[in-house]
Design a protein around this ligand. Sequence first.
Ligand SMILES: *Cc1c(COP(=O)(O)O)cnc(C)c1O
Length: 392
Amino acid sequence: MKFTEAQRIQNLPPYLFARIERQIQKKRAEGVDVISLGIGDPDMPTPVHVIEELYKEAKNPANHQYPSSVGMIDFRRVVADWYGKRFGVQLDPQTEVVSLIGSKEGIAHISWCYLDPGDTILVPDPAYPVYAGGAILAGAEPYYMPLTAERGFMPNLADIPTAVAKKAKLMFLNYPNNPTGAVATEEFFREVVAFARENEILVCHDAPYTEVAFDGYKPISFLQIPGAKDVGIEFHSVSKTYNMTGWRIGWAAGHPDVVEALGRLKSNLDSGQFQALQYAAMAALTGPQDVVEKNNNIYQERRDILVDGLNAIGWKLEKPKATIYIWAPVPSGYTSESLTELVLEKAGVVITPGTGYGPNGAEYFRMSLTLPTGRLREAIERIKKNVGKVEF
Ligand SMILES: *Cc1c(COP(=O)(O)O)cnc(C)c1O
């Protein structure tokens, strides 16, 4: 029997990393020792005290029943306290925080709460693919805001045609940014608040990398901008901060109506996250924080090895202030696709083509800092030997 897929799923582009994964498998089958700077998934382990908390709470029968779909009040209180301490942002844990099964879950679902078929959503280009993916599933049409190096990868809101701005219901932003590694200025966020007010747009700020930063830099939260809570929400999680991507727990915080709508949708879709896991996330947020600095020092060293190593052979990489990514222009004569293919073929090194994050990524590639220094040095050696100098 043949089944006709719904239009909404036919319209979904294949998830970028599924294709890259196939290419890696093929190379490995040919006996190549592939070094993947592709997917950005922290390679260091979750802190031991977090794992211990999961053990302990997993043994408590009180945690074996359905959790609340919006998260335990204790979990939401810990998130609110963390926002207070880290950003000076006051949140009501009862009404302004909802737990998520990883922030990706909420990012994909928020579109279902606010977008009807034919509605417009503002999405950065390049961007994490889930913003447009969730919107397309809801039948909405993304309007892409180009991110350019000249503007520090912050969109020029003045370039958005008035008719589009008036029609748009939702806007996604993400700083520190994946894939560009860019950070936002307070001034830009202030512009966003004014723009959202003026055009009645819900701002969804995705902020999983606020704790992954270098050289003493401390990224800001969108919610610390005056008026931000009135126009938007912020998504965050323990995934990148505490090496917990596999655990699947995050949250959305901000405007109470939006938090309530997301919670209402979720109560019809899922039953929240395992309570023992919520306790573990609380342990991460309230326990010793030295792990965060340790991680950042490791990422910073890797960043410096990659950037300095490739620049030494004439590449043009810049050091990001935050995130686990390096975003760099492709040499002249190459496209992001042809460069990635060349580097994989000749050096057995996987880098991600910028096009995977939107058409505006066509002249860029991305590298992740999620491999130990030895492997990064090996990758540089192979690129040096087999790809060599390139022209920009
Ligand atoms: C990793 C990542 C996420 C997803 O994080 P989870 O909380 O693990 O779902 C969301 N947005 C961006 C930009 C990311 O890079």
